[in-house]
Structures are given as C-alpha cells and as structure tokens.
Design a protein around this ligand. Sequence first.
Ligand code: PMP
Ligand code: GLN
Length: 386
Amino acid sequence: MSTPAPSGRLAPFSTTIFAEMTALAVATGSLNLGQGFPDTDGPAEVAEAAIAAIRAGENQYPPGPGVPSLRAAVTEHQRRCYGLDYDPDGEVLVTTGATEGIAAALLGLCEPGDEVVMFEPFYDSYPACVAMAGAVAKMVTLRAPDWSFDPEELAAAVSARTRLVLLNSPHNPTGKVFSPEELHAVAQICVEHDLVVVTDEVYEHLVYDGIHVPIASLGQMRDRTVSLSSAGKTFSFTGWKIGWACGPSQLVARVRAAKQFLTFATGTPFQHAVAAALDAGDRLIAPLRASLHERRDLLCDGLEALGLTVHRPSATYFATTDIASIGEDDALTFCRELPERCGVVAVPSSVFYRDPAPGRTLVRWAFCKRPEVLRDALGRLEVLAR
Ligand code: PMP
Ligand code: GLN
C-alpha cells in the first residue's frame, strides 16, 4: 500500500530519501550504501551497559532534561574535547537523537515568519523542521570541489527577519569540515546581526583530515550557540536515538520547552549506557575512526577506478561522487535505477538542494559498512565503467 502524500506545509516533505532508498534496498536485495547506519554494532561494553541498566530497573521515565549521569558526561566531554564549560543543570539537555534536538531547537527558537539561514546541500530534516516552525529557510550554497561558500552570498541571505543560522560541521552529505576561517565568517555575521547559531555536530568524532572546531568555542559565540550532537554516529548505535543540546540556559530553556511536548523524555537505559560510553573517551572512538578512515579510502579509491569523480570527504561516513563523469545526468533517476542495474543502493544528493541544479549529478555513498560489503558493492558497480 502506498503512503498518502501529506498536504499543507509538510506537502514537500513526504517520504525521506533515506526511507525510500532503504526500502528499495530491502525490496531488491541490494547492498545498502544509501542510509547512513553501520552494519556492525558499536562496542560490546556499551551494549552491556544498556543491558545492565535495564536489569537494574532503569526503565521508567527519566527526568525530562536527561539523567544526571549523562548530563554530567556531556558536560565533561565538552570541557575535555573543546574547553567549553556548561552547567549540567540548565545548559545541557538530552534529546531523542539529534533529530529531536534539531526539531526542538527550531520550534523553540523561531517564531512564525522568522528566517533561518542554512547551507545547501542540507540534512533533510532541516527544511522540514523550519516549515513546522512556520519559519522560512534561506539557502547559501556550498560549492565543489571544497564545498566552500561565498561570504557575500551568506551576507545577502541575512535580513531583518533572520533569527538564526543553522550550521552542520562536519557536514552531511559532503563530508566537509568547516575551516576556522569559514567559522569565523559565520560567527562575525551572527555577532553583527545578533543571530543565534544552532550547530549540528553529530560527526564531531568522525574526522580524518583536519580538525573539528565547534563554533561555540570561537570568541563571543558560546552564549549565542546551541550545539547539538548524538551518540548514534560516534558509537555506532544509530537506533538508540540519544542526543544532546548544550548552550546558554536562556536558549536551552526554549529548546527544553519544545522538547517537553515532543517526547517529554528520552529512553532511560540508553542514556545510562551513553554516559558510560562518553566517559570512556577516545578509547572507544579512536578504533572506529581509524577503521572508517580505511573504509573511506577503500570506497573512494574503488569509485575513482570506476571513472567517477570522487569528492573524498574529510569527515563523516559519506563520499560524494559526480556521475557526470560516467555520462549520467540525473542523480535521482540514477539512484532509482541502480538496484536493478547493479544491486547497489546509493542516495541522490540532488534532493538535499532547494535549487537542484548544482546537485543534479551528485550521488552519496555510505562507507560505514563492512569492508567485504564495500568490496562486493564495488565489484557490482563495475558494469558502470563499461
Ligand atoms: N544531523 C545529521 C547531519 C545527520 O547526518 C543525522 C543522522 N545521524 C542526524 C542529524 C540525526 O541524528 P540522530 O540519529 O541522532 O537523530
Ligand atoms: N543520518 C542518516 C543519513 O544521512 C540517516 C538518518 C535517517 O534515516 N533519518 O543517511
């Protein structure tokens, strides 16, 4: 049975591209390099911590802002990794994945008619949440090969109605890590126009080239920034949906006000497990990062050998290719036909642009899959090279 399309302000946002492509992978038995989830579990000790929490009776509603041990672990993580100080009571909020953090931040911080400046290609939930908040999205385009933006385009996107800038670094789908200079340019505009920044940093620990600088750590930015992250990508437990928001109490209070009526609270036992995972620090994260680094190169080298133009990502677990180099001219059509042609699923990055022109031939491939799956996929894709 097909799902009826939504009407009203959610009309443009029917089935997400990730759901569509994963359903296609399941229906055709294809290898799924589309939706970004690992095909192996995260560290056993973290899974054991969740099981132990369930056995210990941590199964009822937690406090709405999050269990104290996780808020303390997030506070310590921000201090240790970035020198950022937050009060676990009032400046840290646990969310149901970063997805809820994004929704609650936009609903809590925007009034109807406000404008939100964001970069395209964008993560798919951003424009949908802006629409739910009754706000208006204004796009600034990131351009290949380095996915930089024109500071004048950014300045032109800001108006008297602008409420906030929604940033995502490291960036999905491009794998870009915003440079300190680019972050300073964003920060300067925000200070000049008294704007809030909501920054999505779910890939903060999956960086292979360069370093991740949180915009909250720059100059006067801490007190106008809500930083979002999540355990899903860092620890390979995307199904647990444990995220968090950090920021000054007057901004976090608004995010919390929205969160209360979205989910009220977030899965208790998983919060305990993620607190233990964060406390373990880089011991758990470094091996995943090293292994993803190798898999990035395996996939990117293989795609290049097939004749695709590859934009090797500095971070995240996605590689972007331009299929124009193999004579293709439409990413959405290409991705819808790929399972039939090759038994592989990828995601058309064209859907992450409001103006599809700059992304028409861009395709995103996830490399958070086992090396043998990546090798199998590359073998299946060889027909494209002929
Ligand atoms: N932001 C970005 C940029 C993402 O790629 C994702 C997917 N992990 C999310 C937010 C959602 O994160 P979560 O699964 O924690 O809700
Ligand atoms: N963040 C994941 C991706 O970019 C997908 C998450 C989802 O399906 N909503 O592939």
